[in-house]
Design a protein around this ligand. Sequence first.
Ligand code: DGL
Length: 277
Amino acid sequence: MSGEAQRRAPIGVFDSGVGGLTVLHELRRALGRESTIYLGDEARMPYGPRAAQEVLEFSKQAMRWFADPPGLATQQCKLVVLACNTSTAVALDTVRDLFDLPIIGVVRPGAVAAVSASARRHVGVVATEGTVRSGAYLRAVRDVDPLTRVTQVACPELVPIVEAGEASSPRAQDAVRRYCEPLVAEGVDTVLLGCTHYPLLRSAFETALGPGVRVVDSARTTALAVREVLESHHLLRDGDGATHRVFATGPRERFRAIARTIFGEELPTIEEAHLGS
Ligand code: DGL
């Protein structure tokens, strides 16, 4: 791609489903002139409870979709954000090795945000089972600051609650309170929301953790990391006319309905995508 074509190329965003729209939202706030292409693997969501091998395979298929866009209608992206924590935790290193694509994941930006927010350097990480099992956040936090303690809690009930549109319900508050108990008992001073869906439960976490604990998520820091990379390579797009496309695997009406329930807003036309065989 020529320099100008590269500047005009969209930013790709991949997630296992609709949750990555939290990351897309922050990207569009930080980088208003950029075009975006979002791909949600709604047909095979959730990734959180799946075996690492399967998440790896699905993530490879998604990155192949971005690296070799299907048909003339889809453009190659100048950078792809792996917005799914589970996918980043399990697959980031492998897909970076396999594909000739600049890829940014959400785990390292999340770890940076958590360490810089933590006064006593004891961070709690809440995430899916797959993310917790991978140990990716432990390694990322240690990479940023090897003296910071990390306490992880897997929260398998939370994604289904958010997907059901019940993020503000007593059921959500109960589940969040239960998951926060070990974090409060261990005395963490910062909690990182290490899953695309959890920013929608932020106030439940803040209530359960109390005023002495800071709650951070990776969406905003990831958007800033993307901006920094594009800026330093003179790849920011200038001018108006940015376009935004959303692709999903599986029934598009279901994707639209869940996005509407979660975010309370209509998405543009949702286009069909096929991953794998
Ligand atoms: N996107 C996933 C994550 O951030 C949550 C949903 C899922 O389990 O697929 O870990």
